[in-house]
Design a protein around this ligand. Structure first.
Ligand code: SF4
Length: 503
């Protein structure tokens, strides 16, 4: 057994377990296995040093982001918390680069909770359009209304109260708002933090398991800097986003590599390989496996350390639930607008459920196994209800299939187009509907999926007009060659006349 392994085991044996018992006692039958000290932060000197390194790096390397500027300069605590809250909700599942523009427009339009509370859901959806996960905007507004109407416009000041009182605010968002806006010393755990912590402490167990989640939250709460909690949390997330990235971590540039057990394992392997070149053999300790057996944080025995992966052995990839496949028929219904440009019919979705309140082309879910003719029939029926006029299946023109992945749904839109002559009276009894120009369509609260549908229709129109132009050119070229015969004859005639005309 190597010295390192002995040291690790030695420190582990002294670790107190739940109820203050010792390791030996904790292995009583039925007692849950307690994580080995290898996976935890227990040394106050190391914790202090790690905090210092991380904060110094953050002060020097952090990205300038609009929400950070607001959090640092806004003197009003409620406005500051609101600014952080909006950014945290927008950043869930969305890249920073995409969020910046949305965030700036949002804060310009609704700089306070009161302004957001007074907005309509339609306006919120319009600004959110394209950002995805639309329920986030809706829930943010609902919670803002609650703060204004029930809490006198005052944001709860602690992570516990934020999570308890505000709908849609989970543990992570509550921790982020409380630490960044109010300086509460509470940790946060998001995808970036999970990755960094799992690598720092060689955690290879399933990160969606309750035992691992608990451990990561405890670790984040232990590590968070007491005097600069907001900066510390942002630094940890920034490290995950820019240095400790999922596929190509920049370990050599990492400010906390000295405290990283995954990196230590890689370095030892490198050292061992170079010693082998000189004919020496050294044992590389299994630092990713604490060797206690049944450890809730070690990788499963069936998935041991893979040297070719280096530090990216951690965290273990979560088994993703496959999104369910769904199909819908949708129709780009067009008419000629006032200036001859096409106008499209869009209808509003119900106010709850997927894409609540957003606008879309008339669509309906398709039962599995429908043949093309049957799909057209159900779609024609659906359109009849909107337009209150007969729709022939033959007039539906197939555009193509558009696939869009929502978080849990693999959605295929079977797209048709239909051009209508004259004005069409819309059925006011159905959900709200309206005709829009292309520009109005893009300014409306429509999903990215519907933008893809319109693009498919425009591509089809381009191809159709290309074909029409092609056949027109063919006709003209036939006429042209007939004309050139004629021109040729004229030239011959002129030439004849020139020859015949006396000087
Ligand atoms: Fe991540 Fe590498 Fe830094 Fe460890 S040393 S925290 S793996 S970037």
């Amino acid at each position: 057994m190597s010295r390192l392994r002995r040291q690790q085991r030695g420190s582990g044996s002294a670790a107190p377990t739940r109820g203050g018992s010792r390791k030996g006692a904790s292995l009583r039958e039925g007692a849950p296995a307690r994580p080995h000290a290898l996976h935890l932060f227990g040394d106050p000197v190391e914790i202090d040093a790690l905090r210092g390194r991380l904060l110094a790096w953050y002060d020097k390397s952090r990205r300038d982001l609009p929400w950070r500027a607001l959090a640092a300069t806004e003197p009003d605590a409620d406005r500051r918390a609101y600014a952080v809250w909006v950014s945290e909700i927008m950043l869930q599942q969305t890249q920073v680069a995409t969020v910046i523009d949305y965030y700036n427009r949002w804060m310009q339009k609704w700089p306070t909770l009161q302004a957001l509370a007074a907005a309509s859901l339609e306006e919120v959806n319009e600004l959110w359009a394209g950002l995805g996960y639309y329920s986030r905007g809706k829930r943010l507004q609902e919670a803002a209304r609650k703060v204004v109407s029930e809490l006198a416009g005052r944001m709860p000041r602690t992570a516990e109260d934020l999570q308890r009182l505000l709908p849609g605010v989970g543990r992570y968002t509550a921790g982020a708002i409380a630490s960044i806006s109010f300086g509460q010393a509470t940790g946060v755990v998001d995808g970036n933090v999970i990755r960094v912590l799992c690598r720092l402490r060689c955690i290879g167990a399933d990160t969606s398991s309750p035992a691992v989640i608990d451990c990561l939250w405890n670790m984040a709460n232990t590590l968070v800097d007491r005097s600069r909690p907001g900066d510390f949390n942002q630094a940890l997330m920034e490290l995950g986003a820019t240095v400790c990235t999922p596929k190509s971590p920049l370990c050599r540039e990492c400010p906390v590599k000295e405290y990283c057990r995954a990196w230590r394992r890689v370095e030892m392997e490198l050292a061992s390989a170079s010693q082998k070149l000189f004919g020496k053999t050294t044992l590389v300790p299994d630092v990713e496996d604490c060797g206690t057996g049944g450890c809730p944080l070690c990788p499963p025995t069936a998935e041991p350390w893979d040297s070719s992966l280096g530090v990216t052995n951690f965290p273990r990839k979560a088994v993703k639930k496959q999104p369910r496949a769904e199909r819908a028929a949708t129709c780009v219904l067009e008419r000629r607008g006032r200036l001859g440009a096409p106008e499209y019919l869009i209808v509003q979705r119900p106010s709850s459920g997927l894409l609540a309140g957003l606008w879309e082309f008339p669509s309906l879910p398709l039962a599995p196994g429908l043949q093309e003719e049957q799909q057209k029939e159900v779609l024609a029926d659906h359109l009849r209800a909107w337009t209150r006029q007969p729709v022939q299946t033959q007039s539906l023109c197939f555009v193509g299939e558009v696939v869009h992945i929502f978080s849990h749904i693999h959605q295929t839109y079977v797209v048709y187009s239909l051009c209508l002559d004259g004005d069409v009276a819309l059925d006011a009894a159905s959900s709200p509907s309206r005709w829009v120009t292309e520009e109005e369509f893009h300014a409306s609260a429509v999903s990215t999926a519907m933008k893809k549908v319109l693009k498919a229709r425009e591509t089809q129109r381009g191809a159709q007009s290309g074909r029409a132009k092609g056949s027109k050119r063919k006709r003209e070229s036939k006429l042209g060659s007939a004309g050139s015969t004629s021109t040729g004859m004229q030239l011959s005639l002129r030439a004849f006349l020139r020859v015949q005309t006396p000087p």
